[in-house]
Every structure is written in C-alpha cells, then in structure tokens.
Ligand binder design. Sequence first.
Ligand SMILES: NC(=O)c1ccc[n+]([C@@H]2O[C@H](COP(=O)([O-])OP(=O)(O)OC[C@H]3O[C@@H](n4cnc5c(N)ncnc54)[C@H](OP(=O)(O)O)[C@@H]3O)[C@@H](O)[C@H]2O)c1
Length: 272
Amino acid sequence: MTITFRGSTAVVTGASSGIGVVVAARLAARGADLLLVARREDRLTELAQRLRDDHGVRTTVVAADLATPDGVTAVVEAARATGSPVGTLVNNAGFGTYGDLVTEDPDRLGTEIDLNVRALTTLTRVLLPDLLAHGSGAVVNVASTAAFQPVPRMAVYGATKAYVLSLTEALSVELRGSGVHAITLCPGPTRTEFFDVVGTEDAAVGRFETPDQVADTLFRALDRRRPPATVVSGRANAAAAALAGMLPRRIVLAVSARLTSGRPRGAVSVSP
Ligand SMILES: NC(=O)c1ccc[n+]([C@@H]2O[C@H](COP(=O)([O-])OP(=O)(O)OC[C@H]3O[C@@H](n4cnc5c(N)ncnc54)[C@H](OP(=O)(O)O)[C@@H]3O)[C@@H](O)[C@H]2O)c1
C-alpha cells in the first residue's frame, strides 16, 4: 500500500532553503500538514503562508538550531502539539565543510556532526513511536552521494553521510511490516545554498540537479508499493554509487581523491 499523507503531520527540517522547501511543498500538495524547521524564521513563515494558501493544509513553524539539544527538543514538543499525528519525518537539514581535516575549525566540525548526525538520530528515535502509532508514513533521511566513498577534503561531511546511509538502511529492515518506511535520499550536486555554505564547488562531482529533480526521485520512491531503503538522485550518480559498492576500497578511495582534489598535493597550510 502506498503512503497516505493527508490527515497527518510531516516534519521537514531544513525547510528554509533548497531541497527542504521543495519536499515540503510536495508533501503539502499531497495534503500533509507541515511542521517546518530551520533557523531562519522569516523564510519559514513565508513558506508556511504559501503552503496554507495553495493547499489548505495546516502549517507550524519552528525556528530552531538543530545543532543544539534545545533545538531538537523544541521540534519534538511542537510536533506533538500540532493536533494531527506525526506521519512523516524528513531529516533534511545539513551542511558541509571543505578543507584538509587538519586545517578545519574543530568547533565547526562538531556543529556539523551535531546537525548531520546527532539531531537526525535523536529526531528519528524520539519521533519514531509517534510514526509507528500512526501506522503509515516514512522517515526520509537525506544523505548524499558522498555517503558511498570517503571524500578527501570533505572527510567529516562524507563520514556523516555514510553514517546516515548506514543508520537508515538498518532502520528500514527494523521497520518492515510496520507501515512506516525508512528511506535514505542521496542527492548528488544540487543547485541550492549548500555550496554557498561550503564556500567552494571544488568538491562537487558530476552534473548539478535541481531540487525539483531530487524531489522527483524521492516521491517516485515513496510511491512504490515497497519503497526502497535507498534512492540516489540522477542516473549517473546512481551508477557511480553502485560501482563504489562493487570495487575494492583502495580503488574507490583513489578515484575519490582524484575527483575531489581542488588544488595540487602538498599545498596544505595549517593554522592552529
Ligand atoms: N546541494 C547539494 O549539492 C547536496 C548534495 C547532497 C546532499 N545534500 C544534502 O541535502 C540536504 C539539504 O541541503 P540543501 O542542498 O537543500 O542545502 P541548503 O539550501 O543550504 O539548505 C540547508 C537547510 O538546512 C538548514 N540548516 C542548516 N543548519 C541548520 C541548523 N543548525 N539548524 C536547523 N536547520 C539548519 C538551513 O536553514 P537555516 O540556515 O535557516 O537554519 C536550510 O534550510 C543537506 O542534508 C545536504 O547535506 C545536498
């Protein structure tokens, strides 16, 4: 049976920009009430108004920093206060950092792990009983094509996304027969604000997609009678991800190193 979104709330993190905006709009078009989360409240409020006007759904905005435990708690409390059951959780908020590990700001790396890993895990764990009680829905965790191989100069980002992939695939098995599906969405390079935050496109490998193309991939998967545990957006990205799973790791690492090197080797400059 395909998932019914009408009559339940979809929690979408990272809904102020990029992929999150489009996924939230698609869910509203299917009748889901929305709980929109990010730090930039003005953007969330504007989106909430538009989705209410266009689709007649109920919307709630939570301006929260998900890299903090208080931010995560605020989302859980707001989700339970919406008045309709939580049926869908889209853990989409995330960001990346670029540079040799030794040059990166340790606090920023900590925030990256807190957002990409800790918030996603805690929201999934804490809201899962609500989804299971509702009995039909999905946990969509946004990973990346960076999840399929180590990514030199985006080592922490790649590692966080490998975590998301592993966690979500394991969860998809645990949820079999429950009516709730766990799906890992793996976009490749996508035209959003992501690379503005990263500060460079040096690590973007492959052709850019639009957020709409990524959302198409997700909803094609969600509409299947048995949604897959993982979907990669873009045919070439999917082929590369499949290949990475078949080749010896040392080959995969060598190819990744070549594709992501934005500057000559040996040009590392270290600041304390
Ligand atoms: N774009 C790509 O090439 C690409 C490729 C693969 C995977 N992805 C993944 O796709 C997801 C969405 O990214 P995007 O491409 O749509 O990038 P984006 O346009 O930069 O959107 C990122 C979203 O995350 C939110 N966010 C960032 N830090 C946050 C925090 N501390 N607390 C709460 N929300 C926070 C941002 O909102 P605020 O700034 O308002 O908080 C924004 O809504 C991410 O997980 C990313 O890793 C992107």
